[in-house]
Write a protein that binds this ligand. Structure first.
Ligand SMILES: Cc1ncc(COP(=O)(O)O)c(C=O)c1O
Length: 378
């Protein structure tokens, strides 16, 4: 299997599995319990907190473990709104993940105003559309660090500064950016940042919310006093241990992402552009994650190409994974001004450190025939 769908999820690194195993076996203690097994679990969580903090460039006490990116994002929104009860507006972008879009739609139904900043045809954040959207009513600004479909990066450092000057909470969904590009959350003056373990070769169902130590926080889940009263519920110890190990490995691999993974992506993308006519790259080609390639193949339906790829043992995706199976064109490509036809003909290839040059060569050998076949039946 040639696995080129790493923005959907990643292979769990074998070293992560190894780190987790004891906590699925003999080390089953409850981290809140005072007995020896409990203390071992609590220590393991604190070690993971240090590892995740190192990846995000912040202090361990600024990390709260959650069940993943979706929960972290919902917690950040909920906290900002609870702490600013008089403010009824949220500023975000038109191209966020559904974990941000859907809560915003729900808020709209409750009478909140949601302002969605536009992107240009290359998927870049339109800063000129941002400044004037901030008002005394703004409770939260939430802008993703990198887009999951195109990989395009957003200037969160600059935006966080503007938000801070105006006294507005700032959240960034860094689920796709963490582990792929350097992040220094602790130095950015942001309030919250969401990350997820399964996008960086860790297990699924675990993530973290970065919480600026100088900011107040209102928890989403109430109950026991776990995570220093910031996220109730017995922690997912094996998951957190795995996430910690994955974060440590991701930090060590950042250089490789910028060189080796990027080189694989560029070889693939340039190879496709050379070998196949009528292909367009979606998104700015430089201000982009090193691992992502979103390509529109004129005259095909992405869904039928995916079936042919599947038969050839190649795994990619059409737009974002959450979209596949549904007939809706990608909201990201639509926001970039593309037609439904371009959106429906788009495939996303996303690579990781587990991909090899041989795999890229094999895919480049197979893809022209697959696209020709899909075009013939279209
Ligand atoms: C940009 C972005 N945000 C949030 C999420 C949701 O993260 P999780 O799957 O950990 O809930 C994803 C996952 O696809 C994502 O790509």
């Amino acid at each position: 299997m040639l696995y080129f769908d790493n923005n959907a999820t990643t292979r769990v690194d074998p070293l992560v599995v190894e780190a987790m195993l004891p906590y699925l076996g003999e080390l089953y203690g409850n981290p809140s319990s005072g007995c020896r097994l409990g203390k071992l679990a609590a220590n393991a969580i604190e070690r993971a907190r240090e590892q995740v903090a190192a990846l995000l460039g912040c202090e361990p006490r600024e990390i709260v473990f959650t069940s993943g990116g979706t929960e972290s994002i919902n917690a950040a929104i909920g906290s900002a709104l609870q702490l600013n009860p008089g403010r009824r507006q949220v500023v975000t972008t038109a191209v966020e993940h559904s974990a941000m879009l859907k809560p915003c739609e729900a808020l709209e139904k409750q009478g909140y105003t949601i302002d969605r900043v536009a992107v240009d045809t290359e998927g870049r954040f339109d800063t000129s559309d941002f400044d004037h959207k901030l008002t005394p009513e703004t409770a939260l600004v939430s802008v993703m660090a990198a887009n999951n479909e195109t990989g395009v990066l957003f200037p969160i450092q600059d935006l966080a500064e503007i938000a801070r000057e105006r006294g507005v909470f700032f959240h960034s969904d860094a689920v796709q950016a963490a582990g792929k590009i350097p992040i220094r959350a602790g130095e950015m003056g942001i309030t919250y940042m969401s990350v997820s373990s399964h996008k960086l070769h860790g297990p699924k169902g675990v993530g973290a919310l970065y919480l600026n130590r100088r900011s107040a926080f209102h928890p989403l889940l109430l109950g026991g006093g776990q995570e220093n009263g910031r996220r109730a519920g017995t922690q997912n110890v094996p998951g957190i241990v795995g996430f910690g190990k994955a974060a440590e490995l991701a930090l060590q691999s950042l250089e490789r992402e910028a060189t080796q993974v990027k080189a694989l992506r560029d070889t693939f993308e340039n190879g496709v552009l050379e070998r196949i006519s009528g292909v367009q790259v979606n998104g700015n080609r430089t201000e982009r994650l090193p691992n992502t390639s979103s390509l529109a193949f004129e005259g095909v339906e992405a869904e039928s190409v995916l079936l042919l790829l599947e038969r050839a043992q190649i795994c990619a995706s059409a737009g974002s994974a959450c979209m596949s199976g549904s007939l809706h064109p990608s909201h990201v490509l639509r926001a970039m001004g593309f037609s439904n036809a371009r959106s429906r003909s788009t495939l996303r290839f996303s690579f990781s450190r587990f991909n090899t040059a041989e795999e890229i060569a094999k895919a480049l050998e197979l893809l022209p025939g697959i696209i020709a076949k899909a075009r013939a039946v279209h």
